[in-house]
Design a protein around this ligand. Structure first.
Ligand code: KG4
Ligand code: ZN
Length: 336
């Protein structure tokens, strides 16, 4: 018989994501983004995001069903991001998912957004080796995780003590006059520059922990650029972008490899929006190869927020026989 068809709904930030997954097969991954409405504010405005989710929800679900060539009545389970994220934004997805699950008479799974960033890789590279180490780098989080089982057991080994990696990308982009969200723009600008043009600081490089710190780096870049502007010398945007990016990915990959060594794990997964970064992907590949670590990074469209990742984790929970959530689950904006 067929494996269950899982509908996944993601609304934790500014992307309304709807995914359809059968087992570990991806059938649809439809994303409507309100990013352009936030760009002029230089960051995501929660109220604007919530309203955009409300408007996008039904059309995005309908489009995903069309993309997958399935009917609503074919859906066997609904999974939704229950946290962490923006409270009002999460509520829209959770309310919609409850309604769909009730209307269809199928089980509802409230899932953790961060675990879903890990689980999504299974759609591309098959079952996740147990245990794996995961480096999770997004706009809101930067963590190293030990993952014995993504459905039931995810242990935090370290995380950022200040800014998330994506947040640093976005703030530095702003300093360089690049649009929001800055990550992809810095990635692109950096291809024309040199990663060792400017020696920016690498926070917590040798501190022996698996924690990160990016706020000192962000400040150092801002000071460096301001000094140039004050002196009336042009800012070499490509070099600054490349050197900043190099500082971030140097620390991320170094600590990820250290985590694998420390816990004697041979499989590393990188997920979250910043995992779309081309230099991070290249340096991770290089360092993992040298250290004998197998590396898994989903394609960029599965790294940034999407509904397929929520459906993927939902499918994993169904397969693991985990009890569904009650139909009165809350949205939990600070879920660990
Ligand atoms: O996972 P995600 O889509 O949303 C959160 O859960 O936060 O991550 C968004 C973050 C943003 O900060 C964005 O600038 C960053 O991921 N990002 C990138 C790239 N693409 C997205 N950062 C660096 N290089 C990229 N190519
Ligand atoms: Zn995310």
């Amino acid at each position: 018989a067929d494996q269950p068809l899982v509908l996944g709904i993601e609304t934790s930030c500014d992307e309304t994501g709807v995914g359809l997954v059968r087992g570990t097969t991806l059938l649809a991954n439809t994303v409507a983004s309100s990013v352009e409405e936030h760009a002029r504010f230089g960051g995501v405005v929660p109220e604007v995001a919530s309203r955009a989710h409300l408007e996008a929800m039904t059309p995005t679900v309908e489009r995903a069903l069309r993309d997958a060539g399935v009917r609503f009545s074919d859906v066997d389970a609904v999974a939704v991001t229950a946290g962490p994220g923006l409270a009002g934004a999460l509520l829209v997805g959770v309310a919609a998912a409850k309604a769909y699950a009730l209307g269809l008479g199928v089980p509802l799974y409230g899932v953790n957004h961060l675990a879903a960033h890990v689980a999504v890789d299974q759609l591309e590279h098959g079952p996740l080796p147990k245990p794996s180490i995961a480096l999770l780098v997004s706009g809101g989080h930067s963590s190293l995780l030990l993952v014995p089982d993504v459905a039931s057991d995810v242990i935090s080994l370290g995380s950022t003590v200040d800014d998330a990696a994506g947040e640093a990308f976005d703030k530095v982009a702003r300093v360089l006059g690049l649009p929001f969200p800055g990550g992809p723009h810095i990635d692109r600008a950096a291809t024309g520059g040199s990663g060792d043009a400017v020696a920016f600081p690498r926070g917590k490089y040798d501190d022996g922990t698996l924690d990160f710190s990016f706020s000192g780096l962000k400040t150092a870049v801002a000071r460096w650029v301001e000094a140039r502007e004050r002196a009336g010398t042009p800012v070499p945007v490509a070099d600054v972008a490349a050197s900043f990016q190099e500082a971030v990915v140097d620390v991320l990959t170094r600590k990820a490899v250290q985590a694998c060594r420390r816990y004697d794990v041979r499989d590393l997964l990188i997920g979250g929006g910043v995992a779309a970064n081309s230099r991070l992907r290249a340096l991770a590949r290089e360092r993992c190869e040298a250290a004998g670590i197998r590396l898994r990074v989903p394609r960029p469209g599965l790294c940034t927020d999407n509904g397929a990742m929520i459906a993927a984790l939902g499918a994993e929970l169904v397969a693991a026989g985990v009890d569904p959530s009650r139909h009165d689950i809350p949205a939990d904006s600070s879920m660990p």
